[in-house]
Design a protein around this ligand. Sequence first.
Ligand code: DGT
Ligand code: CA
Ligand code: CA
Ligand code: ZN
Length: 573
Amino acid sequence: MPVHNVEIAQALNKLADLLEIEGANAFRVRAYRNAAHLVESLPRSVADMVAANEDLSELPGIGEALARKLKEIVETGHLAALEQEEKHVPAALSDLMKIPGLGPRRVHELFEKLKITDLASLEHAVRAGKFQTLDGFGEKTEARIREYLDRKTQTPPRMLLVTAEQVVESLLKNLRGVKGVKRVVPAGSFRRRRETVGDVDILATCADSAEIMRRFVGYEDVTEVISHGKTRSSVILRSGLHVDLRVVPEESYGAALHYFTGSKAHNIAIRARGVKAGLKINEYGVFRGEARVGGAKEDEVYAAVQLPYIEPELREDRGEIEAAEKGRLPKLVTLENIRGDLQSHSTATDGRADIAEMARAAGRLGYEYLAITDHSKHMTMVHGLNATRLARQIREIDRLNKQLSGFRILKSIEVDILENGELDLADDILKELDVVVGAVHFLFTLSREKQTERIMRAMDNPCFHILAHPSGRLIGERDAYEVDLERLLHAAKERGCFLELNAHPQRLDMNDVYCRMARELGVKVAISTDSHSPLSLDFMRLGVGQARRGWLEKDDVLNTRSWEAARKLFRKS
Ligand code: DGT
Ligand code: CA
Ligand code: CA
Ligand code: ZN
């Protein structure tokens, strides 16, 4: 059973938390956190890299010592350093670090003074009014903790789609190997390509349903069996992910796939249409009275209610049924339609591969172009480019392009939008570029009005082409900043700019709702991976998933075009 990246990241983060609570060296803590972050966003499994005997210390920020630790987790499933640490500090204290307003020092104090060791004892202490006895813990802190505890009990955690994909991959493979199995297919929000999933719903058909259920609940990655039945079982995996498996007869497969793909709202609307037509539609099939009239194939469900097939990504009851009725369903963009990537970084700033390597990787994906959009000088931590270094990069790209045929590296930049809406580099250098991508990387707390104005001023600059990650959100980590995206879309339309759908699994920004708004307004969307390594170019498929949820067709996406054709859509600067 291979260890998943998410588990490695969990172990490293936990170690960082416990060290920090103990007051360890900040650099050491930082190193573990960075490593956790890297592993989590790595599109390849560390376990595979270890199996292939690859040198992990080649990963950015991973030295010899960290590489050994990664290997240790992969090979033993344990991290001795963490186990050592857990002898000093209660492991569950790391859960407290996620609470806004509670840093390591305060968590340490809660442990020392109130003997708080986990969320339960924290909740108890808050209820018993023990906080008032502590210095420096004001009412504000207490209110934030209460709010966090309330929210936590109300909303169960969701997992990033990309993480769930990594986690269930080997489970699916294992189930597909069971004797008598015909199909093993993930349904639910996973199939609808939602950015996060609450749980994963797997549907199977199998001659021996007892056997596939036995294999499922006995799978190595399972830590808890919630239920074990003949047609339905439910388990929790080591990563915390819940997985449901349902086994259905072949004649019900289509109806069950439809039912368990959801969304619930879509199902209810389809079922209501069925009722009007005198049909009963459920997970077992389509029935007229007692007679089965369909359900072996998914499109039979739609055909029964006089509709064409509706793609899973559209099934949210957001007008897809009406559109299907009128024959106006979008013909959704596919990964095969993508011809280039308009955001990526190189070693000149915070990328891990040089320009030539990035270009080769993009070429291997069949792309015709890749924009190198390194950061601009305001991003001092990553050694952002000033005009001189950018000019040098421009010459380097010209030189590289001469050696390439059928592929073009685009000269570009991810230029910071400054507080007043000016761009971080002067127009005379920006004019030399093929594409100018502008981004907000600081001052996330401006008012909605000011933030929107700031970005609109940036778009006023005729050099500006694409607004990167327009809302700034990091799923599960940081909310979007306050900004009026609808106004920005109008502004982009007026000025001939584009908005990005950043395909990084934690960003997926713009989200589906705004992608759809962009389409309705006629603003083209650039789906870009923002890759910091050749491997992450692969995240394009997640961006395309989100674009499909946003009803985007090939034509709505800027980079489904050849570079020549895309460039014709650019404003004249
Ligand atoms: P999630 O897991 O929160 O990310 O979202 P889903 O959509 O995967 O929801 P889940 O796992 O609760 O259920 C899977 C599918 O089963 C759901 O998309 C539609 C179907 N379903 C669940 N409950 C109901 C229900 O009460 N009525 C109908 N018509 N369908 C349901
Ligand atoms: Ca689900
Ligand atoms: Ca479920
Ligand atoms: Zn950025």
